[in-house]
Design a protein around this ligand. Structure first.
Ligand SMILES: [Zn+2]
Length: 365
């Protein structure tokens, strides 16, 4: 899923770094600039992969689809500010003119991906959308996110398409607080977030936050220490994430695919390479084949290193497509470092805690 308008979303406002007041350096887009996604799309084109993919054209999500999670007051605020030329949806969530329409197109892109997968029009889907969505709350934006793209796509799958159980894995380096909130008491959608511990939003995404009421046990947070490389991520995936999603028996699986856990990201401190993203995508493909006839929807989230996001995204989409281009990741030799890729004791400790809970939600405190 792709649309040129995704590049028009203006996340910069007219302010300084991260939207804080008068700039005291040269003004620029220090948040979620369009460059990373544009360059990923460019690499898909010049690598030749794009001609082997089926391009899905998104529609704008309708008001009643947005109301499945967001409040009417919040939608009216964004619509009004958008007509006035832009504004702020919440902390670090600026948007410009047409922001409301573009954010609806992002939600619609995730919904379009769901419909295409459920209708067997494609084998799986990657929604390369903007703005991102996993931080968006019902009544506020946060951290470059306006509307909850993936959560709303899962609600569409449930309420409009009759999907009984779904799972959402969020491997963006930041905590998927909005997605967690959307399904906090809902046992039908398993939400899983792998993120840098106590990073963004601060003090959230704790390992003991497991859902509430009927949703207890259907939320998993895996906060990893900064510096975690592929050893920590792949062990966590294999020992915790894959078995947890498998036992949920989902009919549809989402991946909130932030690419900001890569080693070059300015807003994350992890050490992943394109090959880690490729391996994690392979794990999810195998899991989807086993549990839900391969029904897998990737929804793009963050990723702020314009130089490296294209190679990480290409690896993911190559793997999803089952093909391989001749493009080689020029940064792989620099960042795939055996010492950084080893599973470390602090990472192992997190994995052990989560591993001990598998299959016994009733033992949770
Ligand atoms: Zn992020």
């Amino acid at each position: 899923v792709w649309h040129e308008e995704y590049l028009w979303h203006d996340s910069s406002g007219s302010a300084g770094p991260l939207g804080r007041g008068e700039p005291d350096v040269e003004p620029g887009d220090f948040g979620d600039a369009p460059d990373a996604r544009r360059r990923l799309h460019s690499l898909l084109a010049v690598s030749g992969l794009l001609e082997h993919l089926k391009l899905l054209t998104p529609r704008r999500a309708q008001t009643q689809e947005l109301l499945r999670f967001h409040t009417r007051e919040y939608l009216e605020l964004i619509e009004r500010l958008s007509k006035e030329g832009g504004g702020s949806a919440g902390p670090n969530a600026h948007f410009g003119a047409r922001g409301y329409d573009i954010a609806r197109l992002a939600v619609g892109g995730a919904i379009t991906a769901v419909d295409a997968v459920l209708d067997d029009a494609v084998d799986n889907a990657y929604a390369l959308i903007r703005p991102a969505g996993h931080h968006a709350m019902s009544d506020s934006g946060y951290g470059s996110c306006l509307f909850a793209n993936a959560a709303l796509a899962a609600l569409h799958a449930k309420e409009a398409r009759g999907v009984e159980r779904a799972a959402i894995l969020d491997w963006d380096v930041h905590f998927g607080n909005g997605t967690q909130t959307a399904f906090w008491t809902d046992p039908s959608v398993l939400t899983v977030s792998i993120h840098q511990a106590d990073w963004s939003p601060r003090r959230e995404g704790n390992i003991d936050d497991v859902g509430a009421g009927p949703g207890r046990g259907a939320n998993i947070n895996a906060p990893l220490p900064p510096g975690t490389g592929s050893g920590g991520y792949l062990a966590l995936m294999k020992r915790v994430i894959v078995p947890a999603i498998r036992s949920h028996e989902p009919h549809l699986i989402f991946v909130c695919c932030g690419l900001d856990a890569n080693a070059m990201d300015p807003f994350g401190r992890m050490m992943l390479t394109s090959e880690t993203f490729r391996a994690m995508t392979r794990q999810m493909l195998n899991l989807a084949a086993e549990t839900c006839r391969g029904r897998l929807v990737f929804v793009h989230e963050g990723g702020y290193a314009p130089v490296y996001v294209p190679f990480c995204g290409l690896a993911v989409i190559e793997e999803l497509s089952g093909g391989r281009t001749t493009v080689e990741d020029p940064f792989l030799a620099r960042y795939a470092h055996p010492a950084y890729d080893e599973l470390q004791p602090g990472q192992e400790a997190i994995i052990r805690v989560l591993e001990g809970r598998l299959g016994k939600p009733s033992s949770l405190k």
